[in-house]
Every structure is written in structure tokens, then in C-alpha cells.
Design a binder for this molecule. Structure first.
Ligand code: PSV
Ligand code: MN
Length: 425
């Protein structure tokens, strides 16, 4: 199924009148308070989030998985699905591949297809957390950290293979997430595990082309439940520093212990120019991979407030790579991704509304009440007309989920593909 601009323009006609009055009201209000509305709308229109190739089918838990009709069975169909999301929103202009779940069989055809959908290939993701059916070495007791030299070399080689595939696709970065750790005290020597990981990462880093970046993800626990070798941002930061200036920390929102102040981690990393990438999702308890903004929207706003401040202030920090890393157990995966995109852009737009000058003054005066009010004024603004203005500007749907339902996208995918099972999580 292809959604072209004419279909969207036609669909938008019915909503333009309401949009105009909502937008005028908000524009007047914001202009009165000194905001540059057209600049904000342009920033929202430019914001692009990568969709991972594994998020287009239904996810699952260790207790099972409920398939969804019309799921993409092969990589080409996954790209088509990202193309649909991008056509509806114009904010999902990139795809992030997981190897070996999604090894392209025909690179030039895949590149052609990406181009036709207006997509680029963002960070490549390696996978040394599972043994594949043809695996020559096992990762059961670790990969880059392994005490077994053969497993380590095998994992390094896999990452080099991912870089090779990524080069063909014009990707410019590699994300490494390791499940490596221990489930029981005494199982491994922490220092040896760390030193093996550092050595392995340095080898991978040395293999990257000069214009590539390495993103090192961290996570406190799961699948190992006693210790994880790269457990927190500090360990990732230390390893990134050891690798070199093109290695960075990647923050995944679900990879923190409850109540961690993630916005402060963002600020600290940006201050040091080391925040490379971001995985969006939401959680109540652990790495729940829920729809972005579904549980803690205010925390998401506070994180975006630091991101916006850091992008403006820390010119030593590269522009971060954004990706949604969520899993959809019961919702239509595409609708879930549309909800996540909406939540990300809402938080971004709200953060753009923060009066940074007034906030600075409040901070200098230790005016705690004013500081809180400034943040919450921005957070409590219904910014959705700004998102709609950006969408009208780029040719996207005024209301992507309503358009998705109205155009019967899922029904069409089911009739085209049936009940095929997607690969991935
Ligand atoms: C691990 O929990 C993670 O967040 C990493 O980014 C993986 O690559 C992804 O999920 C999919 O397993
Ligand atoms: Mn992640």
C-alpha cells in the first residue's frame, strides 16, 4: 500500500477549518508571550525519528506473543511500513536495522525502495545477545566481555560485518547494546569483564569508517539479573572516552532503575559532548518498552527541555540520533508508533516553548516558584496545533491516526499480506 500526497491533501481538507481556528488562537497567545511561532513550527517539521526494523510487528513478552494481521514478513515490507508512517507524519524519515534479524538480500533494491519512501538508513544495530541457528560460537556467557577468547572474537567479527552492511546502505553509525553480565555473584570478574569489553569495543571502533560514530547503550539489568557489564551511563561514558572522539553514549529511556533522573544524565552527557543517540519508549517498572509518553509525559518533557538546551548550548555535542525503541504487545504496531511520534513531537514542542531567559533569571534569583511555573507553563500548553501546522507545511496528515484508520491502512495490509509473522523481538 502506498499513501501519496494527493490522498493526504484530500483527507486534510475536512480538518483545515478547525485547524485554522485552533492555530490562530495558539499563535496569538504564544506571540503575545514573545515566542517565535514560525521558527518553532519549522523545528518541529524538521525533527526526524528513526523507526527500528524490529518494531513493525507485534512484540511479545517471555510469556508469549500475539501476532497482528498484516505484519511485515520481510525487510522490504518493513521498509514499506516505515514509508507509510513517514507519508502520514513526515517525521519518521529514517529506519534503523538490526542485524542479523534484517540482513538485506538485495542492497541496491532496498536502497531504491528507501529512496522512493524518502527514507535514509540510520544507526545499524548489532546483536550479540542471542545465538543464531548457524552460530559457530555461543554468547551464553557473554560476547564482547567474554572470558572465552573465541566468543569475543566472534562477537567483534559480527560487529565488523554489521559495519560492512551499514556502509553499503550509507548508514553512518553503529549502536552496540550488550546483554553481557552475570546472573549470580562470583560468576565473572567485574574488572576482567570490563577490560575485555573495552578491548573489544576499541577493535570495533578501529574498524569504523572515519565518518562513522559508535553509540554505546547501557542498561542496569536484564537479561542478566545480578550485574550487567555496561550497567549505567558512567560506564558507557568511560568506554566511549576510551574508544575515541567518535564514540558516544546512547540513552534508552527504559534502561534506568526506577526514579532515575534521566534529564540530569542528558545534561551531564551533553555538557561533555558525549550524548550520541536516544531510544524513546516509556516504562512503569523496568524496560517495559511502552508507547512513548503513555506513562510519564512530564518526565519526557523535562528530558526534552535538557535536550533543547543542550542542542543550543553544547556545540561540542553532535546532533543526537533519535530512535523509537518500543514494543507493541496489544496495539496495532503502526498506530502505536504513530502515538509515540506524536508524544515525542509534543514534548519537543513544549520544550521549545520554555522561556530560557526567564528561567535563567529565576535560577539566578533562586526563585524556585518562578522556575517551576516557567517549566509548567510550557508543559501545560496544548501544542498540538503547532504539530498540525508543521504537518500541513510538509504535506503530512493533520491527524495521522485518524487518517490511518480512515484510509483503512491495516485492513489493506491484512488483505495484501495475510497473517504473516514478522521477524524480530
Ligand atoms: C535492549 O533492551 C534494546 O534497548 C537495545 O537497543 C536493543 O538493540 C533493542 O532493545 C532491541 O532488542
Ligand atoms: Mn534500546
Amino acid at each position: 500500500m502506498i499513501i501519496n500526497k494527493d490522498i493526504i491533501d484530500q483527507y486534510n481538507k475536512a480538518g483545515v477549518e478547525n485547524f485554522n481556528s485552533d492555530f490562530d488562537f495558539l499563535q496569538n497567545k504564544l506571540t503575545r508571550s514573545g515566542a517565535n511561532v514560525s521558527e518553532i513550527v519549522n523545528k518541529i517539521a524538521d525533527f526526524q525519528v528513526a523507526i527500528p526494523s524490529w518494531a513493525l510487528g507485534a512484540g511479545g513478552t517471555r510469556f508469549g506473543r500475539f501476532s497482528y494481521g498484516g505484519e511485515p514478513a520481510v525487510l522490504e515490507q518493513k521498509l514499506d511500513d516505515v514509508g507509510l508512517l513517514h507519508a502520514l507524519t513526515h517525521s519518521a524519515g529514517a529506519v534503523s536495522l538490526h542485524i542479523p534479524w534484517d540482513i538485506p538480500s538485495d542492497v541496491s533494491a532496498l536502497k531504491e525502495s528507501a529512496k522512493s519512501h524518502g527514507l535514509v538508513f540510520d544507526a545499524m544495530n548489532s546483536n550479540t545477545f542471542q545465538d543464531q541457528s548457524d552460530a559457530k560460537k555461543s554468547y551464553k556467557f557473554g560476547s564482547l566481555n567474554s572470558v572465552n577468547e573465541d566468543s569475543r572474537a566472534y562477537a567483534v567479527e559480527h560487529n565488523k560485518e554489521v559495519i560492512r552492511i551499514g556502509k553499503e546502505l550509507d548508514s553512518k553509525s553503529l549502536t552496540v547494546w550488550l546483554a553481557d553480565g552475570a546472573s549470580f555473584p562470583g560468576q565473572l570478574n567485574f574488572q576482567t569483564a570490563l577490560s575485555n569489553t573495552e578491548k573489544s569495543l576499541k577493535e570495533i571502533y578501529a574498524d569504523m569508517p572515519e565518518d562513522w560514530k559508535l553509540f554505546i547503550e547501557y542498561k542496569p539489568y536484564e537479561p542478566n539479573f545480578y550485574s550487567t557489564t555496561i550497567q549505567d551511563w558512567g560506564t558507557s561514558f568511560m568506554l566511549a572516552n576510551a574508544c575515541g572522539e567518535r564514540a558516544f553514549t546512547l540513552v534508552d529511556l527504559g534502561h534506568h532503575l526506577p526514579n532515575t533522573n534521566i534529564e540530569q544524565i542528558v545534561a551531564t552527557l551533553m555538557y561533555k559532548g558525549k550524548l550520541g543517540g536516544f531510544h524513546f519508549n516509556d516504562s512503569k517498572y523496568g524496560d517495559d518498552d511502552l508507547t512513548v509518553g503513555s506513562i510519564k509525559p512530564y518526565a519526557l518533557f523535562l528530558i526534552f527541555n535538557e535536550l533543547v538546551y543542550g542542542i543550543e548550548t553544547n556545540k561540542n555535542n553532535p546532533y543526537p540520533a533519535w530512535m523509537i525503541d518500543a514494543s507493541h504487545n496489544i496495539k496495532d504496531p503502526l498506530e502505536d508508533l504513530l502515538q509515540s511520534l506524536e508524544a515525542i513531537l509534543i514534548a519537543y514542542a513544549q520544550a521549545l516553548l520554555v522561556d530560557q531567559k526567564a528561567l535563567k533569571t529565576a535560577q539566578l534569583n533562586n526563585d524556585v516558584v518562578a522556575a517551576q511555573d516557567i517549566l509548567q507553563n510550557a508543559y501545560r500548553t496544548d501544542v498540538r496545533p503547532l504539530l498540525q501546522a508543521a504537518r500541513l507545511q510538509t504535506g503530512a496528515a493533520l491527524d495521522p491516526i485518524a487518517a490511518y484508520r480512515n484510509l483503512k491502512v491495516r485492513e489493506t495490509l491484512i488483505s495484501e499480506r495475510g497473517w504473516a509473522k514478522a521477524t524480530g523481538l
